[in-house]
Design a protein around this ligand. Sequence first.
Ligand code: ATP
Length: 356
Amino acid sequence: MTIEVKNINKRFGDFVALNNVSLQFPQGELTALLGPSGCGKTTLLRIIAGLEHPDSGQVILDSNDASNRHVRERQVGFVFQHYALFKHMTVFENVAFGLRVKPRAERPSEEQIRRKVKDLLELVQLDWLADRYPPQLSGGQRQRIALARALAVEPRVLLLDEPFGALDAKVRKELRRWLRRLHDDLHVTSIFVTHDQEEALEVADQVVLMNKGNVEQIGAPDEVYNHPASPFVYGFLGNVNMFHGRVQDGVLASGAASFEVPGQPSADGKGTAYVRPHDLDIERYTPGAEGIVVKLRRAHAIGPLAQLDLERDDTSELIEAVMSNERFSSLQLKEGETLVVRPKRLRVFVDQGASI
Ligand code: ATP
């Protein structure tokens, strides 16, 4: 099923939870709604499900306006952060639940239910837990059962609200890979809410960045990561260094350093260059070298990458840099040493409210 939301507005009292949100969710794709707490992700998910009504705007399912359709008629499956399994029912009965409560005419036979639940438990690789009760399961197992239960009614849309939010980091990582594989097998149009950027970038086909009820950017993971549309997206998707300064004629002057900003921005004025830690060239300082002169404050070199904390000589601001551990070792850098850094890739945004 394709999903589209058009000009959705939602307020709670004076608070604007969603501000004219329009989005498309392609058939069979897995979309992450990503943003900080309170940005409206869950509200949007609930509106798509039909659990919440927008003040204005439309929800379109397979090109049909579903805005007035009841939640039961929208053929959605849900999984929430806090696995809402029935504690007094076995795993088997939890998964069978949605089938048993179907109207009599649509209800499968006992034999069909048994086969279906068995298949679903195999799909989530937990068929050996069929007779257990939810309190006897780990958090990760409960979430997989919750997913099997949501899938039992063959939803045409799967909505997941921070499905792994309550789990520890290692289990989360396992489950997100597992969810991706499951999605590749089933191809159900799915939307999952997360505030974890790594999770969104790793799992989703499409990432929707939300901030304060607005959509800041939509795109494939590599696109939003490599070409952030706004300072917010830069900051939210990974670490970033900010070099404040003034732009004039395509050159940003920041402290004692200046760099060209090819092609952008069009206007002169106060601006900030955004540079990812791995987009910095680092060399030992030599007099006259161009770039930002820094001191190496701390180096943390474990695994394939070395992470460096650098302090600018001119402004005392801290810069975070990352390079391969191999290169770090070959340079034989020492803490306290003077270095020079140059951005290999940067994006300049003219500061909001700055006079241009
Ligand atoms: P989180 O990651 O913390 O769940 P979210 O992005 O999912 O955040 P929402 O749950 O959509 O955010 O909430 C958006 C805003 O709307 C929040 O500030 C929240 O307090 C507010 N809000 C949500 N539901 C209600 C409600 N029923 N009544 C009043 N305010 C609400």
